[in-house]
Every structure is written in C-alpha cells, then in structure tokens.
Write a protein that binds this ligand. Structure first.
Ligand SMILES: Cc1cc2nc3c(=O)[nH]c(=O)nc-3n(C[C@H](O)[C@H](O)[C@H](O)COP(=O)(O)OP(=O)(O)OC[C@H]3O[C@@H](n4cnc5c(N)ncnc54)[C@H](O)[C@@H]3O)c2cc1C
Length: 347
C-alpha cells in the first residue's frame, strides 16, 4: 500500500464514516475530521429505508448495526390531525436505529479498520482540493421561499404505536414516530415558520406533542420524554441540488437533502458513500486524475438521485398543504397503488 495516496474526509456523519470504512476496507489511508463527539443525539427520524441498506450489506455494516440493536420496521400509517389511514405493509422493510448508537458504532468500526478519526476537530480550511471529500452534511439556508424549516427530536417512553412507523401531518409540519434500540420511541418533527418568526421555538415539547386534540397529541398523552436526548436544528434547505454543479467532491447531505418524510436521507448518505469508494480508491492508487474521479462520483449520484428528489419535492408539497392533508389521509393513503407508487419513486 506504499503507493496509495491518502484521502481526507471532512465530516464524520453517516456519509463520511461509511466512505471512510469502505476506503479502509480497500487499504486506502483515511483521515476523517469530525467537529462533534460520539456518541451524541442527532435530529433524525432514525428510520432507514431504501437502497442504502444494500450498501450497508455490501460493506458488512448491516449486520454490525443489527448487532448494535437496529429494529426491523415492516408497517407504516399516516395521520392528519383528526383522521387516520389504515396501516400499510412497507413495500420493502426498513430498519430503525438511534443516531446515538449508529454514528458511534460506525466511528468505532472506522478506527478498528485503521482509519484516523479526528474527533472534536472542525476543519476550518475551505479548500476542498485533491484528495479531500466534503461530507459536512446539509448546507445552511436560513429561509426558503419566505419559510424557515427546523427539526426537533426527542426519545420517549410509554408510547404504544399501531405501526412501526407513524407519520402525523399537521399544517405546521410533520412528526414521525418509530421504535428504536433500547425500546424508546423516537419522536422527530420537521416544522416550518414564517421567516419573521423565531428560528426555533422554546416550547419544543408542545411542537412535538402536536396540537391539543390532535391524534398525535393523544398518541403521546402518556409519553415521558428523555430530556437528554432532545436536539434541534434550523437552517434546513430542501431545494434539490445536483452533485455535478459542485466544484468539490461531495457525499451525503453535502450534495443535497431529500425531504425527511421519505425516510431516505440516510440511505442517500450510504449510497453516495458507496458510489464514491471505487473511484476514490482508483485515484488513491494513481490510476485516474482527481477531476475525473470527482465527475464520476457526481454523475453516479445525480443519476441515482434526480428522479427521487423530484418525486420527494412533489410529495412533501402535497403532504404539507393544509387543504389536502385530510383528503390525502382519508382517501389517497388508503389506495395501495398511491402508497406503493409514492414509496417506490422516492427511493
Ligand atoms: C427533521 C429531520 C428528520 C430526518 N429523518 C430522517 C429519517 O427518518 N430517515 C432518513 O433516512 N433520513 C432522515 N433525515 C436526514 C438524515 O438525517 C440525513 O440525510 C443524514 O444525516 C445525512 O448524513 P450526512 O453524513 O450527509 O450528514 P450528517 O449526518 O449531518 O453529518 C455531517 C457531519 O459533518 C460534521 N461537520 C460539518 N462541518 C464540519 C467541519 N468543517 N469539520 C469537521 N466536521 C464537520 C458535522 O458535525 C456532522 O457530524 C432527517 C433529517 C431531518 C432534519
């Protein structure tokens, strides 16, 4: 391996760690910079659905996550504030695992394989030139079309679900509920506020519990929140972007973010990392130029993601239109055809 050039990955979230692991499996020297520490709670629905599971299996990580406590998810149900749709089987199974456990498990695996993990170190250098991959997550955008998006998450006890994934829609956003490792239920919401309001509200419990009288509020009536697991993010951009438009080599949310309602963002992080491994290993061995490497990764990612991003944008718009929510839950979500089409086209 004396002739392999090292790769630096900036960002030790799911995309960065998965890429680092895949490169170490091929003997490439890797350093990952991560601004935060492991383990830590992250705002995420913690529901992994889509082709990313195949990437995990290929890299022998699926079994690792199962051993770490990942819970299988086979059913889903949608709710508006007052109406519920029947429980549907998921066209393909998902797995649910807390980010607290998942990121930590992958970080340990990267180190076990000989990767260098510079934990708690933010890379300030903005030069993402040869051999450097951006895996820094979503790009900050304070407002989008006059709206501020923000995410809230907490783990809860004492919640009985009727499906493995419950998605509760309301005019201000949506909240997903799913059981994760350790028996807790993850309560995670994406919300919007007008640009002239506070970016994140102080009364986060009320936002996550839903409006008084809503089905979500009833579901969480006896919930006990694990306060230490609470986290929030703001400045979310949901505008689809293409990898080819970037001058840097990017993976995961650093390329683009898919609306969380699809439960496909983590899958895209795993998939994009999986697609970057071989081109980067070839660059490391000196077989291809950096510009070709970057372009090969970008065009694979764009080919894989463009269609699902377009569908997801349309789906999110429909699900958040207050006038459509009742109709969707009462009629459309009962249709097996609609449910399967929306599911399959967004992953
Ligand atoms: C409300 C909400 C709900 C969601 N629900 C789901 C869901 O149910 N299912 C799903 O699949 N996806 C979901 N997602 C999306 C999912 O969380 C992301 O797609 C996924 O985390 C992307 O992984 P990533 O590695 O690209 O980015 P991240 O996981 O964000 O990792 C990026 C890392 O880079 C680090 N970093 C940034 N800058 C630097 C720097 N300069 N130096 C060093 N380190 C740096 C950060 O600390 C961070 O750890 C949700 C997102 C939100 C907001």
């Amino acid at each position: 391996m004396a002739n392999t050039k090292p790769i630096t990955i900036v960002g030790g979230g799911l995309a960065g760690l998965t890429l680092g692991i895949g490169l170490r499996q091929r003997g490439v020297p890797v350093t990952v910079w991560e601004a935060g520490h492991y383990p830590r709670h992250r705002v995420c629905g913690e529901f992994i659905s889509g082709h990313g599971q195949e990437t995990l299996a290929r890299l022998d990580l699926r079994e690792l996550l199962e051993r770490a406590g990942a819970v299988n998810a086979a059913t889903a149900a949608f709710f508006s504030t007052t109406k519920s749709a029947p429980v549907h089987p998921l066209p393909s199974h998902a797995i649910c695992l807390s980010r607290f456990t998942m990121d930590h498990t992958l970080a340990v695996e990267l180190r076990r394989l000989g990767g260098v993990l510079r934990e708690g170190q933010r890379r300030r250098d903005e030069d993402f030139g040869e051999g450097i991959v951006r895996a820094t997550g979503r790009r900050m955008q304070t407002t989008e079309n006059g709206v501020r998006w923000f995410g809230l998450k907490v783990h809860a006890r004492n919640v009985a679900l009727i499906a493995d994934l419950e998605m509760h829609l309301s005019p201000r956003g949506y909240v997903g509920l799913c059981r994760v490792d350790g028996g807790a239920v993850n309560v995670c919401g994406l919300f919007r506020r007008r640009a002239d309001e506070d970016p994140t509200p102080q009364n986060w419990r009320e936002w996550l519990r839903g409006e008084a009288g809503s089905l979500l509020n009833r579901r969480l009536a006896a919930a006990e929140f694990e306060e230490a697991s609470f986290c929030a993010v703001a400045g979310i951009s949901l505008r689809p972007r293409s990898a080819a438009a970037r001058s840097e080599c990017c993976v995961g949310d650093a390329i683009t973010m898919i609306p969380p309602v699809t439960g496909n963002g983590m899958s895209m992080a795993f998939e994009s990392a999986g697609m970057a491994i071989e081109p980067l290993a070839a660059w490391s061995r000196g077989e291809v130029a950096w510009s070709e490497t970057r372009q090969a990764i970008a065009s694979q990612c764009d080919a894989a993601f463009a269609r699902r991003l377009a569908w997801a944008k349309w789906l999110q718009r429909m699900l958040l239109a207050p006038s459509l929510q009742e109709v969707l839950v009462r009629f459309v979500a009962r249709s097996e055809w609609f449910w399967r089409t929306a599911f399959e086209r967004t992953r």
